[in-house]
Design a protein around this ligand. Structure first.
Ligand code: FE2
Ligand code: FE2
Length: 481
């Protein structure tokens, strides 16, 4: 067979050879390249691990690639045994498959490759982001971040009074992504700011009392989905603003589909009136990065203000309370070696007496049930990867979303909390599912109820309170450092 194919190639002129190879090789290179490309999309590995419908499509796409390779070999062989020297074009069957391969790969490249360019019309409203590090006066730095549809140069005016008396900040070059750094902040002080001649906002910095902080935490807003409860979201946000927390953490799945910029626009326009007035830290979730959504996320929530600042994971130090924000979207699939090295090196100088809080989207211990044939209770990979590290460094509190319910679990003295209740649909009770299981160490579980977590740390005591959107207490736990 190989001899025949060899002879066949020998008998072709250079022109015939190039023509024939181009016809066969261009589609298969484009198609195989498309497969490599989709695997390189941030968050894709988790998507195929956890979503069986995506996994099925990917298997079909790969099988078709294998089929193309096999058909090419068969075509060469058939051509070589059939007066090959005059046969310059692939067979009809081959041509059909190659055309199909071309159409799929060009369509795939065209759609997925241009997602970062498919922006919703209009500007995206400002958000006040808390940055990593400790900051001057023990007040972490902040940034006013927003996105304009057109490249523009903006000016931020700010001050301790509405006359905005501090030196204005003018951007040095026109850009679509905007991030104004607010640094050297005074504790327990109200700042006013506005962008160009826009709305006047104000926010108050945290007090700088050692080991004191009040956080509001919730997760899973899913902007863009139909089955949401925005009355609950509004109630939660109004109470968070009214009760003056130091930081609002939003633990991911802000949008339903990360590849649709319109979902991001809806989320940011809705959230801006609230999160332009309170230090805010959104955390990346699996829905936020769907099919290339991470590009949008980084533009909107990780402005490149400082060259050495990690963009997807952070260590905020507020009054000696260490908050680690990790990029764990479905589970350990996004726990890169770089992130692991960074996390371990940030943990290592901390002492057993320090408050250490870990926040990320995917859950560790949790009650749950089967979704898409996967176990959505205790995530064994997450537990295996992190539990020993948490025990070694005496991590105190862990917060996640991803599962849409509320829960507190205690394992080895580490208190894990689930708060996927910011206004997305609520998960059904796992007790009512054919295959469902209580999470190991579960102390309290509630679903069907939206709300948020109110965490107050004062000295050696942390008070964790689950609240409804109307501020009613659902459950309280006390944790001693
Ligand atoms: Fe979610
Ligand atoms: Fe999620």
């Amino acid at each position: 067979m190989f001899l025949k194919v060899k002879t066949y190639f020998k008998n072709l002129t250079t022109k015939q050879l190039i023509f024939r190879l181009c016809l066969l090789i261009i589609p298969i290179v484009l198609y195989t390249g498309f497969i490599i490309f989709i695997f390189s999309i941030p968050g894709f590995k988790g998507l195929i691990m956890w979503a069986d419908w995506v996994r099925e499509y990917v298997i079909y796409i790969i099988l078709f690639d294998v089929l193309l390779f096999v058909l090419i070999l068969v075509d060469f062989f058939v051509a070589s045994v059939k007066k090959a020297e005059i046969k310059r074009l692939p067979s009809i069957v081959m041509t059909v498959f190659l055309t199909l391969g071309l159409v799929i790969s060009m369509g795939g490249w065209g759609y997925f490759g241009t997602i970062p360019l498919q922006r919703a019309v209009g500007d995206k409203a400002p958000q006040l982001l808390i940055l990593d590090g400790v900051g001057a006066n023990n007040v972490p730095n902040m940034a006013v971040s927003f996105y304009t549809h057109d490249r523009t140069t903006k000016t931020l005016y700010w001050g301790l009074t509405p006359s905005l008396e501090l030196p204005e900040k003018v951007e040095s070059r026109a850009s679509k992504t905007h991030g104004f750094l607010l640094d050297i902040l005074e504790p327990n002080t109200t700042y006013f700011y506005k962008i160009n001649e826009g709305i006047m906002y104000n926010f108050t910095t945290p007090v700088n009392t050692p080991n004191y902080a009040r956080f509001a935490i919730s997760s899973d807003l899913h902007f863009g989905a139909d089955d949401v409860n925005r009355t609950a979201t509004q109630g939660i946000l109004e109470n968070i603003i009214a009760h003056k927390y130091d930081i609002l953490f939003n633990l991911g799945d802000m949008v339903e589909y990360g590849m649709f910029d319109g979902h991001y626009k809806e989320a940011m326009d809705y959230m801006s009136p609230y999160v332009s007035s309170i230090p805010y830290r959104p955390v990346i979730g699996n829905h936020d990065t769907f099919f290339g959504g991470k590009t949008f996320w980084r533009d909107y929530f990780s402005p490149e203000l400082l060259p050495d600042t990690p963009r997807d994971y952070f260590h905020i130090n507020l009054n000696g309370i260490h908050v680690f924000v990790l990029d764990l979207e479905w589970g350990t699939e996004t726990y890169t070696r770089a992130q692991q090295k960074w996390f371990e090196s940030e943990l290592s100088p901390l002492s057993d007496d320090d408050w250490i809080l870990v926040m990320n989207h995917a859950m560790y211990y949790s009650s749950g049930y089967f979704v898409d044939g996967e176990q959505w209770w205790d995530n064994e990979a997450m537990i295996t990867e992190f539990e020993d590290l948490f025990i070694e460094h005496d991590v105190d509190l862990v917060f996640s979303g991803h599962n849409h319910h509320m829960e507190t679990l205690n394992n080895s003295g580490i208190v894990y909390n689930i708060i996927g209740a910011f206004g997305g649909h609520m998960d059904p009770d796992y007790h009512n599912k054919t295959v469902g299981q209580e999470g190991t160490g579960s102390l309290w579980y509630l679903t069907g109820q939206h709300g948020y977590l109110d965490v107050e740390i004062n000295g050696t005591i942390a008070t964790i309170t689950f609240r409804t959107p109307e501020y009613t207490i659902l459950q309280t736990f006390i944790v001693v450092e």
